[in-house]
Design a binder for this molecule. Structure first.
Ligand code: BES
Ligand code: MN
Ligand code: ZN
Length: 502
């Protein structure tokens, strides 16, 4: 898809679809007023006949206006003039993007950035429209044997800027948005890919591709033999039941001097989670192909950061494995030794994410990262607590937690913090090892994070539980690409801070 910023007149710009905002009480945006004038009162008549009210999220498509430069016009209801909040704006942009995909337009021109929204800068308006349109245009049809011909045909979106200053700002925002959209697309493609294709080796290959594409990215893949030599007993315990070889994927992006400590992203890469010997129920088990969504978000974020050439250093660590109940599988009651030297009694083989992650987190300390963020579809309890709207956030550092909360708001990829109090730690007590890998039914998301906290004492660390946000269920089943938006917003803030302080 092409995203273009242009300083041009809305009415005379030719396109397949002109997108214009309208308000209630017959208040017209500047573009709508110009449109009304150019069409001898067409918009006014729509209001008169009550075909148009302008209420928030209303969409009216006019397929053909005689003697008009645009083939069709898409009117977007923006509610009362001057009263629009950022949340309202998002709703409108999403409605616009969905409606646009229903039209046969190949090239659309949007005038929506001119709509006044409380606290919304032009750059944000541009970025949000591009990300929303890209999201709406996404299809995953790699595995459909007949090419469906009912998909969206949009190829180009032009966003109009009012001034030369806006034009410059808009061009930068469009570049950022396109990189963001690319990262989200990659994460969605990987998440949606079925587990018989998307194996640990496949994820490793994706990392290699990123390194091939960008001089700034290098990849190193650790094989099981190397993990054994290092002593990654927890990661290896998870993969024992599968024939697919586990991989520890290490990515490095260099955008700043080598003396600048990196930010580390650690992503859970369970390409299929059957539960292992503690096997899951059959219903919806297919959704456990999404259990590598943390890994997908790390790869998507790397793609976006490399595209934007952000002036930061970044390390990615992806422990990738399959959790299956084979003849060699680890069993409830097994005691293993982690890379950190701490021992774990595996009481439930379905709590495998924390086992992979604890070794990856210990490994990641060797890069002396400034902060570490792990991203994991870790607990079903998080879906119960927060549903699909917010990812769980648990951290041993308030500043990092607050930065992530703010970045989530900015990117509309929200997180909500849960406590990591010491009191919860005792739920992990074991009679046979340093700790158990599960902490009972209560506070499952917190005890999952408590387990990880035992491996991150020396790090400034945050954990994102994306079990509820990484994919949708039911008719809309599929990866959301979250939390690439959040991570990129956080890293862009960090890049801006780095640029501001010498
Ligand atoms: N991958 C699952 C968590 C999950 C559940 C993600 C539902 C998305 C939707 C994880 O490996 C798991 O099985 N967790 C267990 C932990 C329990 C055994 C302590 C869970 O949540 O039931
Ligand atoms: Mn599991
Ligand atoms: Zn899992």
């Amino acid at each position: 898809m092409d995203y273009v910023i242009k300083q041009a007149d809305a009415i005379s710009t030719p396109s397949d679809c002109l997108i214009v905002g309208v308000h209630t009480q017959r208040h017209l945006s500047p573009a709508a007023a110009a449109l009304d004038q150019a069409t001898k009162g067409f918009i006014t008549r729509l209001y008169q006949h009550h075909d148009l009210t302008g209420k928030l999220g209303q969409i009216v498509v006019i397929p053909d206006l005689p003697d008009f430069a645009a083939r069709r016009v898409l009117l977007v209801g923006c509610g009362a003039r001057g009263k629009m909040t950022k949340a309202d704006w998002r709703k409108c942009v999403d409605a616009m993007a969905r409606a646009l995909m229903q039209t046969p337009a190949r090239h659309a021109v949007s005038c929506l950035s001119e709509i006044e929204v409380n606290g919304l800068a032009f750059a944000e308006a541009v970025e949000q429209q591009i990300v929303a349109v890209d999201r709406a245009s996404y299809r995953f049809d790699r595995f459909k044997s007949k090419n469906p011909d009912n998909g969206p045909v949009l190829r180009k979106l032009t966003l109009l800027a009012a001034t030369a200053a806006d034009l410059a700002v808009g061009k930068h925002a469009a570049r950022c948005a396109a990189a963001n959209a690319l990262g989200i697309r990659l994460a969605r493609d990987l998440g949606n890919a079925p587990a018989n294709h998307c194996t640990p080796s496949y994820l490793a290959e994706q990392a290699r591709q990123l390194a091939k594409l960008h001089r700034t990215v290098t990849t190193r893949i650790l094989e099981e033999a190397q993990m054994r030599r290092l002593g990654m007993g927890a990661l290896l315990a998870v993969t024992r039941g599968s024939h697919e070889p586990a991989k520890l994927i290490v990515l490095q992006y260099t955008g700043a001097a080598s003396t600048v400590p990196p930010i580390a992203l650690v992503g859970k890469g369970v390409t299929f989670d059957s539960g292992g010997i503690s096997i899951k129920p059959a219903a919806q088990m297919d959704e456990m192909k999404f259990d590598m969504s943390g890994a997908a978000s790390v790869l998507g974020t790397f793609a976006a950061v490399a595209e934007l050439k952000l002036p930061i250093n970044l390390v990615g660590v992806i422990p990738a494995a399959e959790n299956l109940p084979g003849g060699c599988a680890c069993k409830p009651g097994d005691v293993i030794t982690t890379l950190s030297g701490q021992t774990v009694e595996i009481l439930n083989t379905d709590a495998e994410g924390r086992l992979l992650l604890c070794d990856a987190l210990t490994y990641c300390a060797r890069f002396k990262p400034e902060v570490v963020i792990d991203i994991a579809t870790l607990t079903g309890a998080c879906v119960i607590a927060l549903g699909e709207h917010a990812s769980g956030l648990l951290a041993n550092d308030d500043e990092l937690a607050n930065d992530l909360l703010a970045a989530g708001e900015e990117a509309n990829d929200r997180v909500w913090r849960l406590p990591l109090w010491e009191e919860y730690q005792q739920q992990l007590d074991s009679n046979f090892a340093d700790m158990a890998n599960v902490g009972g039914r209560s506070a499952g998301t917190i005890t999952g994070a408590c387990f990880l906290a035992r491996f991150t004492h020396e790090l400034r660390w945050a954990h994102l539980d994306i079990a509820g946000t990484a994919y949708l269920q039911g008719k809309q089943k599929g990866s959301t690409g979250r939390p690439v938006g959040l991570l990129l917003a956080y890293l862009r803030r960090r890049a801006a801070q780095a640029a501001a302080s010498p």
